[in-house]
Design a protein around this ligand. Structure first.
Ligand code: GLN
Length: 501
């Protein structure tokens, strides 16, 4: 049952750094899942846009297509969290959804490991479907380890965020090395082995979770049967459409598909919020919370459109215009990306400490203010990238410090926004809809991912020449969004003060 009575761990379960022992299981499952996800993602545009001949042949796609497919992939991965959340809420329960998802992801990576181009899209599709079942539901279970009002929840999410980044660090390290220096499919295979470790670990240690998220929502059996019937039908239709696409019966221009997908996701977001506000039977306070979450949603979408350039246009900038040697030895392109997880692990405790200290002085920034900080950091990071591009136009390759500093600033932004967003969605979501609300949080990542692919394509149309103007317009968006958030925070601060005085 997905409400506050379904809590296995009590406040005196402090087995894991002061947190419930179930967090151990979730920590390592998510670590391996993210290892496989980011490890594979770091290879994706390089593999797709790599030359078809020579050592380690790629697929020879144009940059526009490679970036669009990258965007569609990231967008699909996070979009599928909505049906994944729904299935967990209503039919599977969260624990089972994570188990099934993990197995499907591993199968997806192993499919990508086959040295065939024909199975490439099948592999991507499986990773997408599996991640939809795993990613948001595992985040939901984290919240369910704590009773309502348990102050450890936010720091629980911070620990969980560490696992994400230790995982992505391992992914970049291992998959990029194998994929770029030995062969792409070795890198994909390594991602599969990582996820397999995750499957085994989750299987053996899921008992630590107790009954947190074990059962779906309570509902009359008849209703559940109807849901199951419709889900089966949808899965069959989806299977047919996917099979037709994979077998080449439907031909798709990636760029155009990405554009329509973006509109589609926008419409889904609007309808979803409208439903929650108008038809879901929420109380006045719950509706107010939804409005806040909506604002955070839009900001997060912009944020990820910049952040996800790391696996898109910035990977190409690293490959083509950056000097990738250390003490005379070449390093894989993907290794630059582990600046991000490394900085997360270093700075997450510092950020957590700053928030705690500010809270002690009663100055803890509100959620919108923290998100505004995220936006401003994102804007600054692209100012740095524009300087790097200008320099590269004069004398490429440039030093790798440009990308490292960019990723450092991305990371500061991420820490002000991403774990904070998880905590906000866990705290402010109506209880009955929690699984789906996490799906909604990841819908912002989905929109951001597709936008990232489209913007990345635009940025690379004419190589270096086209980068600065695109980055420049992104900066303007981030600044406007940041200012809107600050205004919102100020207005609601004064409204609250007046209503409480
Ligand atoms: N880096 C975080 C993760 O992998 C957030 C990603 C996102 O929501 N776009 O979970």
């Amino acid at each position: 049952m997905a409400n506050s009575t379904n809590i296995s761990s009590s406040a005196n379960d402090t087995a894991f750094f002061g947190h419930p022992k179930g967090l151990i299981t979730l920590f390592f499952t998510e670590m391996w899942e993210r290892m496989s996800y980011y490890g594979m993602r770091a290879l994706l545009v390089l593999y797709m846009s790599g030359a078809v001949t020579g050592f380690n042949p790629g697929l020879g796609f144009s940059q526009i297509d490679a970036q669009a497919i990258y965007g569609i992939y990231v967008g699909m991965v996070y979009f599928m969290c909505i049906p994944g959340g729904w299935l967990a809420d209503n039919i599977l329960g969260y624990q089972r959804a994570v188990m099934i998802g993990a197995v499907i992801i591993a199968l997806g990576h192993f499919t990508l490991a086959l040295p065939l181009t024909q199975t490439f899209f099948l592999g991507l599709t499986l990773v997408v479907l599996g991640t939809g079942l795993l990613k948001s539901n595992i985040s939901t279970i984290v919240g369910k380890l704590y009773k309502d009002g348990d102050p450890r929840r936010t720091s629980g999410y911070t620990i969980f965020y560490m696992s994400i980044n230790i995982g992505s660090f391992l992914g970049f390290l291992i998959c990029s090395y194998l994929g770029e220096f030995i062969g792409w499919h070795w890198g994909f295979g390594a991602a599969g082995i990582g996820m397999l470790f995750g499957v085994i670990q989750y299987y053996y240690f899921r008992g630590l979770l107790g009954d947190a998220g074990i059962k779906p929502n309570n509902m009359p059996e008849k209703q559940r049967q109807t849901y199951i019937k419709w889900s089966r039908f949808t899965v069959i239709v989806m299977g047919i459409v996917i099979a037709a696409g994979l077998l080449g019966f439907i031909s798709i221009d990636p760029r155009i598909f990405a554009e329509y997908f973006l509109y589609f996701l926008g419409v889904v977001a609007v309808f979803y919020f409208a439903y929650l506000l108008l038809l879901a039977g929420l109380t006045y306070q719950e509706k107010k919370n939804i409005l806040l979450l909506m604002l955070l949603f839009v900001a997060a979408m912009f944020f990820w459109s910049g952040f996800d350039q790391s696996g898109g246009s910035l990977s190409i900038f690293a490959r083509d215009y950056t000097d990738l040697t250390v003490f005379g030895y070449p390093i894989p392109v993907g290794w630059l990306q582990f600046a991000n997880p490394l900085f997360v692990v270093i700075f997450a405790p510092i950020f957590a400490g700053i928030w705690t200290n500010l809270a002690r002085m009663n100055l803890n920034p509100s959620y919108p203010l923290k998100f505004a900080i995220g936006m401003f950091f994102m804007a600054i990071s692209f100012v740095i990238m524009i300087a790097a591009v200008e320099l590269a136009l004069v004398s490429a390759p440039v030093g790798m410090q440009w990308l490292i500093i960019t990723y450092l600033i991305h990371t500061w932004g991420e820490l002000a926004l991403s774990p904070v967003g998880l905590a906000a969605f866990s705290e402010y979501s109506p209880k009955k809809y929690q699984g789906q609300m996490f799906g909604l949080w990841f819908l912002a990542s989905s929109l951001g991912g597709v936008l990232a692919g489209l913007l990345g394509g635009d940025a690379l149309v004419e190589g270096l020449e086209s980068m600065a103007p695109v980055f420049d317009s992104m900066i303007q968006f981030y600044l406007v969004a940041g200012v809107v958030l600050v205004l919102f925070a100020v207005v609601s601060y004064y409204l609250n003060r007046n209503s409480s005085s």
